[in-house]
Design a protein around this ligand. Sequence first.
Ligand SMILES: Nc1nc2c(c(=O)[nH]1)N[C@H]1C(S)=C(S)[C@@H](COP(=O)(O)O)O[C@H]1N2
Ligand SMILES: [Mo]
Length: 521
Amino acid sequence: MAQSPSRSSPNARMLGGIAAAAVSLGVAQVAGVFFPAPADPRNAVGSAIVDLTPGPVKELAIQALGGLDKLFLAVAVLVVIAAAAAIAATYESPRRPIGSAVFVVAGLLGCAAVISRPGATAADIIPTVAGTACGVAALRLLAVRLWSHTEADAEVGSGDDHEEVDDSRRMWLATAGLLGFGAATGLLGFLATRVVHSVAAERDTSALPTPRLPAPPIPPEVQPKNVALPSFVTDAADFYRVDIALSVPQLSRQDWRLRIHGMVDREITYSFADLDRFEVVEKVVTLTCVSNPVGGDLISNGVWTGYRLTDLLAAAGVSPDADMLLSTSVDGFTVGTPVETLHDGRDALLAVGLNGQPLPVEHGYPARLVIAGLYGYVSATKWVTDLELTRFDRAEAYWTKQGWAPRGPIKTESRIDVPRNGQRLPVGPTTFGGVAWAQNRGVRAVEVRIDDGPWQPAQLGAAYSGQTWRLWSFPWHAVDAGDHTITVRATDNTGTVQTSDQVPTVPDGATGWHAVNFTVV
Ligand SMILES: Nc1nc2c(c(=O)[nH]1)N[C@H]1C(S)=C(S)[C@@H](COP(=O)(O)O)O[C@H]1N2
Ligand SMILES: [Mo]
């Protein structure tokens, strides 16, 4: 008898399990279109994983994968779900629905992830429940109607090849159909969720308030000549992005609220329209991420339009005992900022615009914090909706809970952009260059060393303000062919020279000198 190897073989069952899981995810995704963002199980599970991942592992992911970290997580989650479903399905039988039980447990975990999302309500588990139910139904269908058939046939040794082939074909068709259904609904739901919830169109057609105090014009001398350096003001499209948001929060101006509470005389909630009563300011501030390694590119400079945080807070009356501003974004991310930094003269804004346009959605639309001189994890809350006045001895923010320092002033650092590591240059004149930063102090000098030679002063682009980076250049004459190393160090306006001590990014920012190897040919 020609035993068809495919019939009800472990492979067929595993593929069937994956198909049933695809149905679960697809149905949940489509159902999610009709629910608010926290109900999206894909997001909720991913976010729960991000939250549960130890801080140093997250840090590694940010550094190793950069902007691809989120895609990596999404793919990894899908692979794990597929593998678990495949294994679970091999234990499913008509009498003992062990695979189905695994699906139910996974669904419950999904519901738990959804419920744990900030702003989630009980109704938000409906898409996950619907998806789980459909996935179990699909698995039962396969197990009871198709796999068991082929098994029973095999046991009694049915010799009818035609029937066998028919059963086998039916089973494969059903499996493929379920897989296709899952993939199609998943894709449809994913795209529809994006379209339905997107604030991109609103953002693109929103007006930015006109600053009553425009930033002083940026003189062309900020940009050194004869060397291809980053632009002094970073294009919004090139602005570095770091956040834990698996899908970018879509918060309309209409829905946006900023609640100010905690150690205040009276609680206040502003709507976006309420901001009109405050003076609009424009400030140029360089943001930097604490995860930026020496020589890294997690730093960008923007022109920010917004409102002074002190103005917004004054109406609430901040208690003198409050030393932390704990800000929360719509997706639950938190940041702890020292209250004193809001009053010491540095730029500290609720920003609504970047480079003369409404904030890009991925950079915090409709409103975010921008506070000069502090790494982003303690200052730059995007999609901010809540400001609580509290104390460092009472509250801990997101990254501090993961082992980062509660306070994160930006360290004096510098970077070589030209030459690139390993670059080959012809003999003759050339110009090197890069950036240096010490926000809220300002950069006074940059020095460069070729190999073990003496430190030589670099030429500095004009200083715009202490809140921004400074670009530098260094003309050099390559005389002989050979390998060389260029090293850079900055001095800030307090006279502090950038330290050569190499420390990692955890817990409060990397230090060390950036060095680049190049070859004259
Ligand atoms: N809501 C939210 N805001 C956030 C973060 C985040 O994960 N979620 N990350 C912070 C960190 S660590 C940095 S460095 C800056 C980066 O801001 P950008 O993406 O606009 O450059 O955003 C900060 N604000
Ligand atoms: Mo960061």
